[in-house]
Design a protein around this ligand. Sequence first.
Ligand code: PMP
Length: 394
Amino acid sequence: MSNDPYAWIEQSLATIHKANWYRVVQTIDSRPGATIQMEGRSLLNFASNDYLGLAGDERLIQAAITATQIYGAGSTGSRLLSGHRELHRELERAIAILKQTDDALVFSSGYLANLGTIAALVDKRDLILSDQYNHSCLKNGALLSGATIIEYPHGDILFLKTQLEQRDRYRRCLIMTDSVFSMDGDLCPLPELIDLAAQFNCMLLIDEAHATGVFGETGAGCVEHFNLTGSPLIQVGTLSKALGSLGGYVAGSAALIDFLRNRAASWIYTTALSPADTAAAIAAISIVREEPDRRQKLWQNINYLKQLLTQELPQLKLLPSESPILCLQLADAATALKFGSDLKELGIFAPAIRPPTVPTSRIRFSIMATHELSQIEQLVEILCQLNSQVHFKI
Ligand code: PMP
């Protein structure tokens, strides 16, 4: 037996390499946007969650600078100790107005919002029913809570209903789902989930990370898109995607938010969101409200890309998508990696997503409001070029 207790780490890394699962970080040397600088070249960016193109917007940058000048670089403590600023409440009010909920609570990230909320809502006496494709932070929040977890097959309402027949064995029940699935781009069946939650007296948590700013007439998310504003939900989300900043939130009833301030460990025991991130998010929510044309441009771009792909490359295996996330399925991890690096060579940045993150390998394209139509045409031309290579024929 080896006397190095850390030797297994090298072995584990070797296994990860062998499976083509090894992850590398790629450096971007410019402001976020539809084009970015990488390795001394300009690339078309189809890899960003910055759906409205706000992360590089001058107004967010100026808001962050001003808040930093007034309040400093860091918040210096938890909200309950030295970290609370009026800016935090201003942001929480803006989120609550956008979502049309009583109140909201901001966390340092969407990941922490889900961990803290789920673990505060349920414990070992309770049941969690979770979509199998939910984001890692919902899954880890469920594990942290100690509740019994049943993962239901993706979007399978009938399966979920069958499982809910056991609901009476448990004290509380929490159904949880992403609204837009981050690695597929499809939507959850929200109206059916709300009905089931009501029928079986369950709480329903919906993660609007990829929907906020993108879906709904005012950009409130999928809840608004499905005309379900005002439903008894726990809405979680992030400030880091369409809102272009950093941080997470929960929106819901006044009692829920008050309870989380007292029970969510990932809110109580962590440093408050920085003044810069908070102010940038406030500026972003104003832009979401005042510039609906950004959202319209995003949807125009999404529809244009789909239309071109149907016309030019009907043979591509695209996962069903109803969002700015569009995934091209590829045979295996090695093919996806090669496809990703060839795309980059030809001027497109879009990442290969592989197991264990997802069950099957794919390239994930995300569309932004700030893409020009000509840039979308360029993407399709390059895909045509790659598809003509024997290697990628599918
Ligand atoms: N939920 C979903 C569905 C996500 O895709 C992500 C981020 N990838 C998160 C939550 C976490 O948000 P954040 O990046 O703010 O931690």
